[in-house]
Ligand binder design. Structure first.
Ligand code: GLV
Length: 318
């Protein structure tokens, strides 16, 4: 009998897959206190993990642990060195969330460009004719977008951008130019040069030493004054204090943020008060369809692992 610890609740459709198997048991835990988790993880063969931290202490408290199944695709919350040392497999839900995140990017780009907050309020407040006094909105048609990071989400996003007839540029030093061209993107070699000419920038990179604070005041100050920055990847890629300064000094027009360096962000984080920022609570995948797909894939990855048929595309090389 294999025991699965579900750290933080997942959609019932994932749990159903475990219920259907006689050789698995499971327990769902919501409390993230380390001492509590250390006790719970002790006799587990597998865990599912959302965005809470899985540090060395927890991994070492799990002598039977064979697989960490991430509910998502990022894995900067896992201590990879400890996982590797114990030969634990790390799986992700590759390929099931791309459309949802790419749609969220459009939700943010359109909301900011089309002034959704202002327009909605004007109609509700009975200020219909004030529309003539508002700053004009922007369209996406023919605008230049830089997709920074061309993994699965970036590849899904480019298709949507093409549908809107945007001019798409792609920066990803790890992806061959031919692949970028095949998707209809123009390959960018020099990120800091190319960004100067963009109307939209959407970040799709993992959080690493290389990408930390990649978007800083120097970069922001070089961008077009009417440009818009969207981040649905990891908060640490943007220096938040620099972004706030750039917005206040009208260096760029706006930003859409689904992710933050600290989650949840502190209430005194100035970006929360900045009207030029459009916010969502790390919820780009929180559609009804995507949360159930992710729950099913997270659990299926565990089942497939023990059945000896886990797809390679789901496994992170440690
Ligand atoms: C979400 O942030 C993920 O890692 O998929």
């Amino acid at each position: 009998m294999k025991k699965v610890l579900i750290i933080e609740k997942i959609h019932e459709s994932g749990i159903e897959l475990l219920k259907a198997r006689k050789d698995f048991t499971y327990e769902v835990v919501e409390k993230l206190d380390i001492n509590f988790l250390k006790k719970k993880i002790k006799d587990c063969d597998a865990i599912t993990l959302k965005l809470s931290k899985l540090n060395k202490e927890l991994i070492e408290a799990a002598p039977k642990l064979k697989i960490i199944s991430r509910f998502g695709v990022g894995y900067n919350n896992v201590d990879l060195v400890s996982a590797k040392k114990k030969s634990i497999t790390l799986a992700i839900t590759a390929g099931v969330l791309d459309a949802s995140v790419a749609e969220h990017v459009f939700f943010m780009m359109l909301s900011i460009s089309r002034g959704v907050n202002k327009y909605d309020k004007f109609v509700r407040d009975g200020n219909f004719s004030e529309r003539y006094n508002l700053d004009l909105t922007k369209e996406l048609w023919k605008q230049k977008i830089l997709i920074a990071g061309f993994g699965r989400v970036g590849k899904n996003l480019i298709k949507k951008c093409k549908g809107f007839e945007m001019n798409v540029f792609v920066y990803d030093p790890y992806v061959n130019e031919k692949i970028i061209n095949k998707f209809g993107g123009k390959n960018i070699l020099n990120f800091s040069e190319a960004i100067k000419d963009m109307d939209y920038v959407s970040l799709h990179m993992p959080f690493t030493k290389e990408t930390e604070n990649m978007i800083n005041l120097k970069i922001l100050s070089s961008m077009k004054k009417n440009s818009i920055m969207i981040n649905t990847s990891r908060g640490e890629i943007i220096n938040e204090s620099d972004l706030n300064t750039a917005l206040n000094k009208n260096m760029i027009l706006g930003a859409g943020l689904d992710v933050f360096a600290k989650e949840p962000p502190d209430l005194n984080n100035p970006l929360l008060k900045n009207k030029k920022v459009f916010l969502s609570p790390h919820s780009a995948t929180f559609t009804e369809q995507c949360t159930s797909r992710m729950a099913e894939t997270t659990v299926q990855n565990i089942i497939d692992f023990f059945d000896g048929k886990l797809d390679k595309s789901m496994i992170v090389k440690l």
